[in-house]
Design a protein around this ligand. Structure first.
Ligand code: PHE
Length: 358
């Protein structure tokens, strides 16, 4: 009967010198497989006397466990070195210059968000985000839009099933619910902008079911309509890069602001081409107003001490006007030819020095 000591030496050596994973597997089959050498030896145990069988059985079991462990260890080592050599082989030199034909472009929506963020942050605003899935309370009720209010119908809301506690939910129809979330958790002064996605069940050449808005909110003890006007006039002129851009405030209505104003910027269509600047025509670009005292109270802010203004505008709309993009739907077509035409080089990050419009 073969001595397990020399068999162990032989097997461990073969495992140590196996050339590859396949050779290793072959070894496993010929030792531990159904007809393997260790398996065979174990099968012969039955022919031995009880005492011999006991000690030989223990020997063989130990051998089997050790061989299995050695096989596994070697398999791991081989797998690791295979990965390492692959990593070495597939190394990418990130210091190489970008290949111009493969260069990615920044989408105009991202560029516009970067541009308006740079402008408002320069004025002392900070950026806040909020959830796309909102409760009915934050999207409507807290903003002074009670359940039977006609504004609910106007917004073409996407309703979602209630959450497990029975709270009605919607896809937010505007960024205004984030105002409420911020006011609930902040003691004024507040000066924030909220860029982000919004959703309405509406789809045609000028409407998309998913679009972007930016919300603004300023609350302090003595914030007044003059601040609203100054802030938005400065923004419009800087954003469109027209120093003498006419800006007009038109009385309007929103349930969450009182008084409310829509903001128009001057333009001309002379020569059949739309140009933003002094002219004989107007383009509506945003909604604004003084935050309604009831909204402040809903959010735990005392309207006898604090007041402020809010505004909201469509990002697609101001992007189309600024960059001369004619069709809204193309924003979401993911057509690379369109992106190469209207997109921005990644390093053209909007910043105030040198003008936002570089
Ligand atoms: N939430 C309004 C809309 O979606 C815009 C707005 C925001 C108006 C803040 C006034 C104040 O149309």
């Amino acid at each position: 009967m073969q001595d397990t000591h020399s068999l162990r030496q032989e097997l461990l050596e073969s495992i140590g010198t196996a050339a590859d994973l396949e050779a290793l597997e072959q070894l496993r089959v010929t030792t531990l497989g159904r007809r393997g050498r260790i398996t065979d030896l174990m099968r012969q145990l039955g022919t031995l006397s009880p005492e011999l069988r006991r000690s030989r059985g223990q020997d063989l079991n130990r051998l089997k466990t050790d061989v299995e462990a050695a096989l596994e260890e070697r398999r791991q080592a081989m797998a690791n070195s295979a990965l390492e050599s692959r990593l070495l082989e597939e190394q990418v030199d990130i210091t190489l210059p970008a290949r111009p034909e493969r260069r990615g472009m920044v989408h105009p929506i991202s560029q516009t968000i970067d541009a308006l963020t740079a402008l408002f942050c320069e004025m002392g605003f900070t950026v806040v985000e909020g959830p796309h899935i909102e409760t009915d309370y934050y999207n409507f009720t807290a903003l002074n839009i009670p359940p039977e209010h006609p504004a609910r119908q106007e917004q073409d809301t996407f309703y979602l099933p209630a959450d497990p506690t029975g709270t009605p939910r919607v896809l937010r129809t505007h960024t205004s619910p984030v105002q409420v979330r911020v006011m609930e958790r902040t003691t004024p002064p507040i000066r924030i902008i909220v860029p982000g996605r919004t959703f309405r069940s509406d789809h045609d050449a000028t409407h998309s079911p998913m679009f972007h808005q930016v919300e603004g909110l300023v609350i302090d003890r003595s914030t007044h309509m003059g601040h609203l006007k100054g802030c938005l006039i400065d923004f419009c002129r800087a954003f469109f890069g027209v120093d003498d851009l006419p800006v007009r405030f038109r009385p309007s209505y929103f349930p969450f602001t009182e008084p409310s104003a829509e903001v128009d910027i001057g333009c001309t269509r002379a020569g059949g081409e739309l140009r933003i600047g002094p002219g004989d025509d107007w383009l509506e670009i945003l909604g604004s107003g003084m935050v309604h005292p009831r909204v402040l109270a809903n959010c735990g802010i005392d309207p006898d001490i604090y007041q402020g203004f809010a505004f909201g505008m469509g990002i697609e709309r101001i992007a189309m006007l600024k960059y001369g993009i004619p069709d809204l739907r193309a924003f979401y077509d993911c057509d690379l030819r369109w992106l190469r035409h209207y997109g921005f080089l990644p390093l053209r990050i909007p910043a105030i020095p040198g003008g936002i419009d570089r």
